[in-house]
Ligand binder design. Structure first.
Ligand SMILES: [Zn+2]
Length: 644
């Protein structure tokens, strides 16, 4: 039986241009929806724009256009950004659409008829920039805490929603449903808010002061004020109570939001939904959403993102420069869902080069090339008597994969994108080690090892196949290329991501350049180079240029006429090299034979005492007496294994 899944992002306010923060929330919704679809659910996510209020009316007046024209233009900009990023929203709601206004007015009328709304007097310190009143506690030196501008005392009659009557119910509900608001830190924050008495919620503004809004159906001298307009989008997009789409999707509704709008989503909205359920003759929790998923903020290069600092990243910019998959991967991997995280180009490029280009891209290229070169591009049959063993000649990748798969499934039930990706990269690491350890290019040269070679190549092809499925919600374009390289057509499904389903004879093509490396000089556009404040430090990219590998010393001998030098023959697995090392005063040749050491494998060749040396052995030494120790391994690794 297919399940349904419905997820929403907040609707974005059209006084702003789409930026990194909006993009993150929407990427999260897209990745989660893709994952649920992969798992077989009928899934969609909703996004859209919030278009009413003073700020829009004022900005439109300044631009000399109508508020609707401004809203049209800016709403289209958000939509264009999500389209450019390939974010597949299933519906896009705008609060100026008739389908939304109709549902808002219907709900207001029902709550008015049921006595959930009353006319009261409201006086307070008002900030026109924030479009809100501030309490005495919030005011800083008589000024708006956000704008630091003087506040205006306004007294007026307004309509109020009887939110206070739902306080006890809400506390009880949040306590009884530990995963209603998650991660837990935000649930605790909400329970903290609820320790103070809950006030009734002002839901209107007089039209004399604010014209750009939805009129109250029972008093057209007023328009609906922010939350009763904005939050209702989540149900108006489904047509509202009684509509088939609402009845189908609303019972499983989940929201994603940033922590700055926790209170409206965790307090106002549940109370509104409880009142609505009551109106429809249902228990108060009948219309409550299933989960509120709250994420933290992005800082930019360690600083708060703000217009005044000029560090607001446009939503699409990183994708234009580094590709959509790299952008998605970085934000999903870097942010522990619920906590704040830092966005920097160096960080993105570091992950792009290390995780995507090196770990994943190289693996895909290496594995497909091996299958093409050693098996003619056909996946061999898995030999019946293939002897896999965790520590044997041919390690078994199945348990490694099954561990990763289980962790992905667990993590994704709670928005743990970083954990899911971490588990997949553990597996990718295991497959890379598998290639280093089994060395299929050597097996291919050995007589009587055809079955071993088949077992290795089958394991590699199967690893790529399951990765092509499992990675698809996070890096859809790269995952599609992997599946294509393995002739996997049709929509991927999680059910198919079971180890061992790959059939022999499947055609494999070389897949290269999945994620081209980004070199340091390509990173910053001309003219934006920062002054070097980090002299002496190197970037992760610089370090990535040094190839360190495990080498086994096969032979060692003194260099004639030299007190310092030893001539070593080392094995890097697939090849042997000569390295001349200045360690003769500290090691006898016999001490070194059989030792596993670490060498710089991509050092330019040099001649020492006439002997060509291809690499350098790493050793530590003291400054004063020159005592020296060669680096060895804490645990055994095969020669050729990468050190980083
Ligand atoms: Zn303000």
């Amino acid at each position: 039986m297919s399940r349904v899944f419905y997820l929403t992002t907040p609707i974005y306010y059209v006084n702003d241009a789409p930026h990194l923060g909006h993009a993150y929330t929407t990427i999260v919704a897209d990745a989660m929806t893709r994952y649920r679809r992969l798992a077989g659910d009928e899934a969609f996510f909703l996004t859209g724009t919030d278009e009413h209020g003073d700020k829009i009316a004022q900005a439109a007046a300044r631009a000399g256009i109508s508020p609707q024209a401004l809203a049209d233009r800016n709403s289209a900009a958000f939509r264009a950004a999500w389209d450019a990023l390939g974010l597949g929203y299933g519906d896009y709601i705008r609060t100026t659409e008739p389908r939304h206004e109709r549902v808002v007015q219907a709900i207001l009328q029902q709550l008015w008829d049921a006595g959930e709304i009353y006319l009261g007097k409201y006086g307070g310190h008002y900030c026109f920039g924030c479009e809100r009143f501030y309490t005495e506690k919030e005011i800083v030196d008589g000024k708006c805490p956000d704008h630091l501008t003087p506040l205006t005392w306004i007294e007026e009659e307004n309509y109020f929603f009887k939110m206070s009557r739902y306080q006890a119910w809400l506390i009880d509900t949040v306590q009884r449903q530990p995963d209603l608001i998650r991660p837990e830190r935000y649930r605790n924050e909400v329970l903290g808010f609820l320790r103070d008495p809950l006030q009734d919620l002002s839901i209107s503004r007089p039209r004399t002061r604010l014209e750009w809004g939805i009129p109250l159906p029972f008093d057209d001298k007023y328009v609906t004020y922010v939350w009763f307009d904005a939050l209702i989008n989540y149900v108006s997009a489904l047509g509202g109570p009684g509509e088939p789409r609402f009845e189908k999707f609303w019972p499983v509704a989940q929201h994603v939001t940033a922590k700055d709008i926790l209170k409206p989503h965790a307090i106002y909205w549940p109370c509104m939904l409880a009142a609505l359920a009551k109106v429809h003759g249902k228990p108060p929790e009948a219309y409550l959403y299933r989960h509120l998923n709250v994420h933290g903020y992005w800082t930019i290069e360690g600083q708060k993102m703000s217009k005044s600092l000029g560090n607001v990243f446009a939503a699409v910019a990183p994708a234009e420069k580094y590709g959509t998959d790299a952008y998605r991967y970085f934000v999903l991997r870097e942010m522990v869902f619920g906590l704040d995280a830092d966005f920097s180009e160096a960080g993105l490029v570091g992950r792009l080069n290390a995780d995507l280009a090196n770990d994943l891209g190289n693996l895909v290229s290496r594995a497909t090339t091996l299958i093409v070169n050693l098996a003619g591009g056909n996946v061999p049959a898995l030999p019946a008597e293939a002897k896999f063993h965790p520590f044997g000649l041919i390690p078994d990748l199945r348990p490694e994969y099954e561990r990763a798969l289980a962790e992905v499934k667990r993590a994704m039930t709670e928005f743990g994108f970083h954990r899911a990706l971490g588990a997949m990269w553990e597996f990718i690491g295991a497959v890379n080690r598998f290639v280093d350890q089994t060395q299929p290019w050597l097996i291919a040269k050995q007589i009587g090892r055809r079955q071993d070679l088949d077992a290795v190549l089958y394991s590699l092809a199967e690893s790529l196949r399951v990765l092509g499925i499992l990675l698809s919600p996070y890096i859809p374009a790269a995952a599609a290329r992997i599946r294509e390289g393995l002739s996997q057509s049709g929509e991927p499904t999680l059910a198919d991501a079971e180890w061992g389903r790959l059939t022999s004879g499947t055609r494999v093509q070389k897949v290269s350049g999945l994620f081209p490396r980004v070199e340091d000089h390509e990173r910053r556009p001309a003219g934006t180079a920062k002054p070097d404040t980090t002299a002496g430090l190197i970037s992760i990219d610089d370090f990535g240029k040094i190839q360190l590998r495990v080498a086994e010393v096969v032979a060692a001998e003194a260099v004639p006429k030299s007190k310092k030098l030893l001539k070593l023959t080392v094995s890097l697995g697939s090849e042997q090299r000569t390295i001349v090392a200045g360690i003769a005063q500290h090691y006898a040749p016999a001490d070194l034979v059989g030792k596993k050491v670490v060498v710089v494998a991509n050092l330019e060749a040099a001649k020492l005492m006439g002997i060509p040396s291809q690499g350098m052995v790493l050793a530590g030494s003291t400054e004063d007496d020159g005592a020296l120790a060669v680096l060895t391994l804490d645990r055994d690794l095969p020669p050729g294994a990468r050190v980083r």
